[in-house]
Ligand binder design. Structure first.
Ligand code: AHR
Length: 499
């Protein structure tokens, strides 16, 4: 089948768009911070040492809330090391990534960087080697206006206004045996509940994220969420989900259908959270914070750069170079996040610069866009108003991992004046002509129609060839009588903007 039909029902609203769904993640890992966003000697660096060429790309990417400072890193993080006069900050070992942390960038500098990019900070506290007291101290340092030991310390360090951080993660991936100080669900649930209760005593309007599973293939998946929420339900607002995808064993068909796993993951966590909420007779619904999601060729890294006994500052770690196929999968994962936006209220593309990232840099040199940059930036720019879940009538194909998978996926957004249709064609061989009934959107004109595809699905942007892959015009788009007709190339992600 090379045709598909989509119809848009103006009433089928998933949720109003909360721009936190376009969040990202900056971890003290590899070259994400050092030689990534921060490189004092770079020709574009500002007085804080932040690269302004990277700032421009981050703005173009359109990422919103940024999770910081980890990740696995946070489970050994002593926040006090990262503030105060830079020449007095201790140099530490980071056990998570087996590297040296110089602490030249910390809470105050990163908050200044966020102002440059127009982003919001989502802070994680260390529940691996530390606990309630350190979390409360960081909260006081960051958010208390003045007149206490730690708020006055912040002011003395040069930051007069409080950072006013709203979203806080209660540790990171505490279910993972790789995590410094990892715990059982029962132990973590109790610690998270007590930490959350204490933090909300200081500020009841904080939005707190409790750790869910590190992936849907974790042996404790489901049970972990249930146990943790049985302890922490009334104290927290979100439960986290983390998922990374990669093509395995040359099975492109299954890889292109990765969003089916994300859908299963979301539905399972929602069902589990609601089960606990109902059991507790709670009036509130727990939201999902999908605060790590991306493509990550994890199997290949385990076999290469991470196995190194040296203690290095900002080593090249997790520097995946992404293909067209990777970008199509990423665009599809964004469609899935949007379709579940009634429960997935926040999400963070992991990560932002150099480390499994849409933006790459060279020390003293260029910054450029990976293939995955494009679906993220276009979706963030065009999505407005409300998310609509369209009805999709398309053929299917057989995958080894997921069985039958639809060939086409799509989501629609509209604010009444401007609308956008996002589409994916998962077929490896066929272009698919899709008719989209957009009559209920009242659209009169097509204002933009772009696609990401290439004859070579493994084409990439590299240091030597930074613009090999980019957006192309989607040819032959017609809007007539309330029906939009588009032809999606094989293995492609596309967006059509309507006014
Ligand atoms: O994003 C890279 C790592 O993936 C994070 O540090 C960790 O939380 C996850 O396992």
């Amino acid at each position: 089948m090379t045709e598909a039909r989509i119809s848009v029902d103006r009433e089928a609203v998933v949720a109003p768009l909360n721009r936190r769904i376009f969040g990202s993640f900056v971890e003290h890992l590899g070259r994400c911070v050092y030689d990534g966003i921060y490189e004092p000697g770079h020709p574009t660096a500002n007085e804080d040492g932040f690269r302004l060429d990277v700032v421009e790309l981050v703005k173009e990417l359109g990422s919103t809330t940024i999770r910081y400072p980890g990740g696995n890193f946070v489970s050994g993080f002593r926040w006090e090391d990262s503030v105060g006069p830079r020449d007095q900050r201790p140099v530490r070992r980071d056990l998570a990534w087996h590297s040296i942390e110089t602490n030249q960038v910390g809470v105050d500098e990163f908050s200044r960087w966020l102002k440059l990019t127009g982003s919001e900070l989502m802070m994680a506290v260390n529940l691996g080697t530390r606990g309630i007291e350190a979390a409360l101290d960081l909260l006081e340092y960051s958010n208390h206006p003045s007149g206490t030991a730690l708020s006055d310390q912040r002011i003395a360090n040069g930051t007069v206004e409080p950072h006013n951080i709203r979203m806080w993660c209660l540790g990171n991936e505490m279910d993972g045996p790789w995590q410094t100080g990892y715990m059982t669900a029962d132990d973590y649930g109790k610690l998270a509940a007590r930490t959350a209760q204490a933090m909300k005593t200081a500020d009841r309007d904080l939005e707190l994220v409790v750790c869910g599973s590190s992936g849907s293939s974790m042996p404790t998946f489901g049970d972990w969420e249930r146990t943790v929420l049985e302890h922490a339900y009334e104290h927290v607002d979100y439960i986290s989900c983390h998922a990374y995808y990669q093509e395995r064993g040359g099975d492109l068909g299954s890889y292109l259908a990765s969003s089916l796993d994300m859908q299963y993951f979301i539905e399972t966590v929602v069902a589990t959270a609601d089960h606990v909420g109902n059991k507790l007779k709670s009036k509130k619904k727990i939201k999902l914070s999908f605060d790590e999601w991306n493509i990550w060729y994890l199997d290949e890294h385990q076999a290469s750069d991470e196995v190194n006994d040296e203690w290095r500052v900002a080593p090249r770690q997790l520097e995946d170079v992404y293909s067209v196929a990777d970008a199509v999968v990423l665009g599809n994962l964004m469609i899935t996040l949007l379709k579940n936006h009634d429960r997935v209220a926040s999400a963070s593309l992991a990560q932002l610069v150099n480390v499994i990232a849409p933006i790459m840099t060279e020390p003293g040199g260029d910054a450029w866009r990976q293939t995955t940059f494009f679906p993220f930036s276009v979706t963030s720019r065009l999505a407005k108003g409300e998310i609509l879940k369209p009805r999709i009538d398309a053929g299917t194909y057989e995958t080894k991992v997921y069985g039958e998978a639809p060939l086409v996926d799509s989501v629609v957004t509209t604010d009444g004046a401007d609308s956008a249709v996002f589409l994916v064609n998962r077929s490896q061989t066929e272009a698919i002509t899709v008719t989209v009934n957009v009559a209920e959107l009242g659209a009169q004109t097509v204002t933009e129609a772009v696609t990401l595809w290439d004859d070579d699905v493994y084409a990439k942007n590299t240091l030597a060839d930074q613009n090999r892959v980019g957006l192309k015009d989607l040819e032959g788009v017609v809007l007539q009588g309330g029906v939009l007709t588009v032809t999606l190339p094989p293995v492609s992600w596309s967006a059509v903007a309507l006014a």
